[in-house]
Design a protein around this ligand. Structure first.
Ligand SMILES: Nc1ncnc2c1ncn2[C@@H]1O[C@H](COP(=O)(O)OP(=O)(O)O)[C@@H](O)[C@H]1O
Ligand SMILES: NC(=O)OP(=O)(O)O
Length: 314
């Protein structure tokens, strides 16, 4: 029986230390090669989604550099759309090349620009939490605040300051019905990149809003939509840990929803990094009764062979 997996790609799958287009394309080529074993000889259909935090923040800065009456800076919803196209293009290129290189059957590859509906009354609009763009030191952050006094910055895990923007929860994907036939026809599909372009419902359709949706929460929506057998959240660590980075850290392997909720209550997972992944995984497992796994790209082979990684079960 065909197993359908939705894969959410973390930052390290796209961005290395080098933010050039070429370096990001090369990183995604490596990622595509690591993902292909999922579909090769395994009767697996794969749907991919990815983040855009660094890219959308960088793009906004470029827009502001060139901002003029004749060439105005684009708003955040449009910038999210632009990065969806940008990373979707790289993803398509990477999959095509990886398929050729591995002499695999040429399944069609497509990256789709999709909108994600959020609630206009989501309290997240009043409390920005999603880090975007580059890191700043204290002086750099103060400089930016002189230019853009309305921006909000947070200190990010000892790595420096980053601008944060509102990150409302995704409620549904506008293009859901149009995506279903694509996904069930064994096409390699990339959807809902950067969490999807954030829109709210309006009388005459939808209106874009200034936000960046968390891609892990959107991935849970996509996985529910396509009736995925597994939601696979790929990041830089093979497992989720309790007492992370402490001498007594312990990796989690098979964990139930109730156990994971207990660990959340203990504050085991960092807000803005591991916590949203765990919450998104729980969201999927609770809604569907199917498992979600958090692991790394490097551990994919072991995940396939031995189900390794942190697997959350009902
Ligand atoms: N309890 C934890 N267990 C494992 N990793 C954790 C934990 N708390 C925080 N982390 C950190 O969270 C990171 C994943 O978050 P992040 O880098 O924001 O994700 P993304 O891969 O989507 O860019 C891990 O690489 C790890 O450094
Ligand atoms: N949109 C989003 O969640 O992006 P990152 O994963 O890059 O933060």
């Amino acid at each position: 029986m065909v197993r359908r997996i939705v894969v959410a790609l973390g930052g390290n799958a796209i961005l290395t230390d080098d933010p050039t287009a070429q370096a990001q394309e090369i990183a995604l080529e490596t990622t595509a090669e690591q993902l292909l074993p999922l579909i090769k000889d395994n009767d697996v259909e794969m749907v991919v989604t990815h983040g855009n935090g660094p890219q959308v923040g960088n793009l906004l800065l470029q827009q502001l550099e060139a901002n003029s009456e004749k060439n105005p800076a684009m708003p955040l919803d449009t910038a999210v759309a632009m990065t969806q196209g940008q990373i979707g293009f790289w993803m398509s290129q990477a999959f095509t090349r990886a398929l050729i290189k591995n002499q695999m059957e040429r399944v069609p590859v497509i990256s789709v620009v999709t909108r994600t509906v959020v609630d206009a009354k989501d309290p997240a609009f009043d409390k920005p939490t999603k880090p975007i763009g580059p890191f700043y030191d204290e002086a750099g952050k103060d400089d930016m605040l002189k230019q853009y006094p309305d921006w909000v910055f947070v200190e990010d895990s000892g790595r420096g300051y980053r601008r944060v923007v509102p990150s409302p929860k995704p409620t549904r994907i506008v293009e859901a019905e149009a995506l279903k036939p694509l996904i069930s026809s064994s096409v390699l599909v990339t959807v809902s990149g950067g969490g999807g372009i954030p829109v709210v419902e309006a009388e005459d359709g939808y209106v874009g809003v200034e936000a960046v949706i968390d891609k892990d929460f959107s991935a849970a929506r996509v996985a529910d939509l396509v009736e995925a057998d597994d939601l696979l959240i790929l990041t830089a660590v093979d497992n989720v840990f309790i007492n992370f980075n402490k001498p007594d850290q312990k990796k989690l392997e098979e964990v139930t929803v109730a156990e994971m909720e207990g660990y959340i209550a203990e504050g085991q997972f960092a807000a803005g990094s591991m916590l949203p992944k765990v919450e998104a995984a729980l969201d999927f497992v609770k809604k569907t009764g199917r498992p979600a796994t958090i692991t790394s790209l490097e551990n994919l082979e072991d995940f396939l062979k031995h189900d390794s990684g942190t697997k959350i079960l009902p």
